[in-house]
Design a protein around this ligand. Structure first.
Ligand code: SF4
Length: 814
């Protein structure tokens, strides 16, 4: 999870939400909020200078605080008064908007009040940014034609005590005027630079042609359909088999839509690095043909951080100090110089030149890029840092074209993204710091630990269970004397009348007790961390806060899409808030883009993918036939091999024989995919025993491989030679999709088993859910994900019109 936020929300400020520029009319219109304008122009100082910590409930808490204070004011006090000012130049109009928290006529003049809520008991000095905001409001009020004296007041409202602390800001009219002018001039100057670049981009895109001599079969149909999608908006699913050239077929028509003004940016998300690199390559090809495009590859914080591979620790980093003082020159540098693609390396170089945090700089530059490339996380994680697209500041539909590559992976990744874990082991590190910093918060953790140690921990039979959504038992958690079973009485509950056993009652009651103590811990954490989250060890406390928050959300919200699983692991317990059905959460994210395109080589069966991606029946889809000939490959099915867990060991020698026989058919490179590492190792051992002379030709995937080791694995295949090579790899793993071994680099693929996920509590919960909702639970939980992996594995074989090869599927269930 990415908690690093720079605080500026360009959604309201920038090219996205509020920018309109049509092809015919070169005069553009931009909206910006007072807050965003103040942040863009006047923000100074350090990254994390406020506290760096904003809990998920903080926004709502702040709204309630505002309302309480406003309600306490005299009757003539007007709350949430809208203000706006439009400033037009030759090529653009900038509209500055805002809502002043309170306006009141007093004998001395007009009082304008800006309210800020805080957890700090006492404010020594008001924040510079807050002062800027109230000054901007004052200047906007003057532009309304106000001639009476203005009294500007900045009030801090302490959320715990309700105490207020006010600061009067007395400024002369001409000073306020000059202040607003400086803000508008600086921002407009920036917009001119940006727009000039966009004009050049648009001109280049209008004349940009398809960058290959001819289109492949299916490519032109795909391009036409995507043009229509970008024109009308909405969502579409495209199944385009390997060889059609889908990277360019999706990218070019999307970029061509930029000059029309319906979209302002394109966000491309992919499950893996190779997919992202394919788009980087396609963008470069378009640039080589004259496309003036700016792009950035968004990289995880730990990959760009100076502390290399660690979580952000502001106390050990100088790049945060004075970050906002140096940000604007770096922005100008990136815009003015000929940086076309900000790869991780280019971003680090730019950050080094300006002594800035690379990750924060990437997020600050992203709103001004034409194309953003990143992991699914950036589009679908609820805490994704792209606030300008999906943040609270951008509630309206974003003019964004979202391209989701390898969309067959999104449902499973969506489950991971929307699941959370809380493991009592993760308390050990922060506990010492919490004890020192706040004994009350430490006491909450101790109480949680006691509940666990005295109730579930001693029960030897307790291993893992999902928490039932039943009304809780009202007795004492430590009583241990639960009734053998009870009946659900609540008539509104879906399980009314059902018998619930003592185990379930205990679990449910345990969860209730935890809910109470978690809430207390989170409250204390919010109070402490909101005041200061930059002390030594604060990062681990913040991490624990968010883990616990995710877990509590499940305890409080009875969501059909999630379940809560408790697992005993030694002395510890792990809570797993598991997402059974990611469709609604995914649709909430992609539904805010102007257009969303899901594409992959395999989106079969379509109804399964539609359902899990949250697409309605009305969503458009396109399924293209493979451009390759069926004569290019032969498929053999060996049904004499049983690979179920129980029958597996008895069939090892048959698997080895089948692999050996396949190798005899033709010399060359083969990949064999297995459902697990244990299985892979067992067959490798049998292979070595049966064919000790052939041991040297075997290369094995390992559970953990460095980038170098992965490259070495692939390098064995990348030089086609006359020798036979045999690679054992994991089905659905890093070599099971996304690799491109063309021609003689790969002439055979063998798949052991049908790829079904391992039977476990989580999968069974998915099965039960989809059995209830769709009537085909086993297919959703096991069969379809399994066959997806098989199709991907097999898909490694034929990558070009001249490829030839063999597929061997081994399992009695084929
Ligand atoms: S460079 Fe690393 S430690 Fe420094 S502010 Fe950025 S993410 Fe944090």
């Amino acid at each position: 999870m990415d908690h690093l936020k720079t605080g500026f929300h360009p959604s309201a400020a920038g090219q996205g939400e509020a920018s309109e520029m049509s092809e015919k009319n070169s005069h553009s219109h931009h909206d910006i909020s007072v807050r965003s304008l103040a942040e863009f122009v006047f923000r100074r100082g350090d990254l994390f200078s406020q506290s760096g910590f904003v809990g998920p409930g903080r926004a709502m808490e702040g709204v309630r605080g505002h309302q309480r204070l406003q309600a306490s004011r005299p009757p003539q006090y007007r709350s949430e008064v809208p203000l706006k000012w439009e400033e037009a130049s030759q090529s653009l109009t900038l509209c500055v908007r805002g809502r002043i928290d309170g306006v009141m006529e007093t004998p001395e003049g007009i009082l304008l009040e800006e309210i800020k809520t805080t957890h700090k008991a006492s404010i020594q000095e008001p924040s510079w940014l807050h002062l800027c905001q109230i000054r901007l409001y004052g200047a906007l009020w003057i532009r309304k034609g106000e001639t009476r004296p203005l009294l500007l007041q900045l009030t801090y409202y302490h959320l715990e005590s309700g105490r207020e602390q006010s600061f009067n800001v007395s400024e002369k009219t001409d000073v306020l005027e000059a202040f607003l002018k400086e803000a508008i001039d600086t921002y407009t100057q920036w917009l001119h630079l940006h727009e000039e670049r966009c004009r050049q981009r648009d001109a280049s895109l209008r004349s940009l042609e398809f960058p290959f001599p001819s289109m492949r079969h299916g490519q032109s149909e795909m391009i036409q359909k995507i043009e229509a999608l970008q024109d009308h908006g909405g969502a579409m699913m495209v199944e385009a088999p390997t060889g059609i050239g889908k990277t360019m077929a999706t990218l070019l028509p999307t970029l061509k839509a930029l000059p029309h003004g319906k979209i302002a940016q394109c966000l491309i998300v992919s499950a893996r690095g190779p997919g992202q690199r394919a788009f980087e390559g396609a963008l470069q090809r378009l640039r080589d043909r004259g496309g003036k495009l700016r792009s950035i590859t968004l990289t995880a914080q730990e990959k760009t951080c100076l502390l290399q591979g660690q979580s952000c620790d502001p106390n050990r980093c100088t790049r945060r100090v004075g970050y906002f003082d140096r940000l604007h020159p770096a922005r100008i540098h990136a815009l003015e110089k000929s940086i076309q693609h900000l790869s991780t390396e280019a971003l680090q170089k730019l950050a080094d030149e300006h002594d800035l945090c690379p990750h924060a700089l990437g997020l600050d530059l992203a709103p001004w890029m034409d194309v953003l490339i990143g992991d699914y996380h950036y589009a679908f994680h609820p805490a994704a840092s792209l606030d300008f697209i999906y943040g609270e500041e951008a509630p309206r539909m974003s003019p964004l074209a979202l391209l989701v590559d390898e969309a067959h992976n999104l449902a499973e990744r969506g489950r991971e993204i929307h699941s959370q874990q809380l493991d009592t082991r993760s308390w050990v590190g922060p506990l010492e710091i919490i004890k020192k910093k706040d004994p009350q918060a430490a006491e909450c953790l101790r109480a949680l630990w006691r509940c666990w140690m005295e109730t579930l921990r001693p029960r030897a039979e307790f291993r893992e269970k999902s928490i039932p959504t039943v009304p809780s038992y009202q007795g004492d958690l430590f009583e241990h004397d639960f009734p053998a079973e009870t009946q659900v009485q609540d008539p509104s509950h879906p399980l009314v009348g059902r018998q619930i056993d003592a185990d379930q009652l205990l679990l449910n009651h345990f969860a209730e007790a935890w809910q109470l103590w978690m809430r207390r811990f989170l409250d204390r954490s919010e109070t402490i961390l909101s005041q200061d989250a930059t002390f030594d060890g604060a990062a681990s406390w913040v991490e624990l806060y968010f883990e616990m928050h995710g877990c509590l959300k499940q305890l409080l919200v009875d969501s059909e899409e999630h379940c809560l699983i408790l697992k005993k692991e030694g002395d510890h317990i792990r809570f797993h808030r598991y997402c059974i059905d990611p469709s609604k959460a995914l649709a909430r994210s992609w539904g805010r883009s102007w257009s969303t395109l899901f594409f992959s080589a395999t989106l079969h069966p379509q109804n399964y993918h539609r359902r899990l991606l949250g697409l309605s029946d009305a969503a458009r889809s396109l399924s293209l036939p493979s451009p390759f000939s069926p004569d290019q490959w032969r498929v053999w099915i060996h049904t004499g091999i049983e690979t179920t867990y129980r029958r597996r060991a008895a069939n090892h020698s048959k698997v080895v024989e089948a692999i050996h026989a396949t190798l005899q058919s033709r010399q060359g490179h083969y990949l064999v995919f297995f459902p697990s590492y244990d299985y892979l190792d067992a067959i490798a051992e049998c292979w070595q025993k049966a064919y000790p002379d052939a041991e040297g030709l075997l290369i094995r995937q390992k559970p953990v491989m460095s980038l170098k080791e992965r490259e070495a694995f692939l390098a064995e295949f990348s030089h086609p030679d006359e020798k036979t090579k045999l690679g054992f790899a994991l089905l659905g793993g890093i070599f099971g999709e996304g690799i491109d071994l063309v021609g003689a680099q790969l002439i055979g693929v063998m798949v052991v088993g049908v790829g079904l996920p391992q039977i476990c509590l989580e999968r069974d919960l998915i099965r039960d859910h989809f059995e209830h909702t769709e009537g085909c639970g086993f297919e959703f939980a096991y069969t379809f994900p399994g066959l997806n992996r098989v199709l991907q594995g097999v898909g490694r074989l034929i990558r070009s019109p001249s490829d030839q090869g063999i597929v061997l599927l081994m399992d009695a269930r084929y």
